[in-house]
Design a protein around this ligand. Structure first.
Ligand SMILES: [Zn+2]
Length: 202
């Protein structure tokens, strides 16, 4: 004979046991689906945290010799009919060293039609992605997986991609890191208020 399920301290009938276990199952289903109260940060709070984190990185202006007073905020500039720039353009003579704005790791070195020669890097906690574009050429240390320190020379200012024919500059973008497969597609953050130091070679 099978033992009846027991509740602590007392025996119960099989029917009662079934009702109790169904009730427990329903409670579990409610807890795991639908309208449970949100426990994560709101999007606004998450954004505030990201900018707070960006500030804490103490970003270097990623072009050698460029000082804060020579920089202007081109993040919200219109580019064409629909597009907002959502990056910073840093003007400098062709061949000026491009520096890592932060410590981290290079995750991609590649060219595309808009950006020309580009580098993607991420910060040590994998919360931010740094995109460097229109490079004239790469430095030898610019390869996937390379750990870089703030101020390392990773490339040189140029006019590749859709900057061809215009003034040489670095197109620098900061994005929130999304995930491994779509790191290049995170929401951009205006880095302009968060640059802490002049571009200096290490
Ligand atoms: Zn640009």
């Amino acid at each position: 004979m099978r033992a009846l399920p027991s509740w602590p301290g007392r025996r119960i009938s099989p029917r009662r046991a079934l009702a109790l276990s169904l009730g427990a199952a329903l409670l579990t289903a409610c807890a795991s689906g639908g309208a449970r109260p949100s426990v994560g940060p709101t999007p606004e709070a998450a954004a505030a945290t990201d900018t707070g984190y960006l500030r804490s990185r103490g970003l270097m202006i990623p072009v050698l010799g460029v000082t804060l007073d020579r920089l202007s905020d081109t993040f919200y500039d219109r580019r064409g009919e629909e597009r907002i720039h959502r990056a910073i353009d840093i003007l400098a003579p062709k061949g000026t060293p491009v520096l890592a704005a932060d410590n981290g790791t290079i995750v991609r070195v590649s060219s595309n039609s808009l950006g020309g020669l580009t580098i993607y890097a991420i910060d040590p906690l994998r919360r931010l992605v740094y995109y460097y574009a229109h490079l004239d050429r790469y430095d030898v240390i610019a390869y996937k997986g390379k750990v870089v320190a703030k101020g390392d020379v990773i490339g040189y200012v140029g006019t590749t991609g859709n900057a061809r024919g215009g003034p040489p500059h670095l197109h620098f973008q900061v994005m929130r890191y999304r995930d491994e497969r779509r790191y290049w597609d995170g929401e951009p953050i205006d880095p302009f208020p968060y640059f802490a130091t002049t571009g200096q070679d290490r």
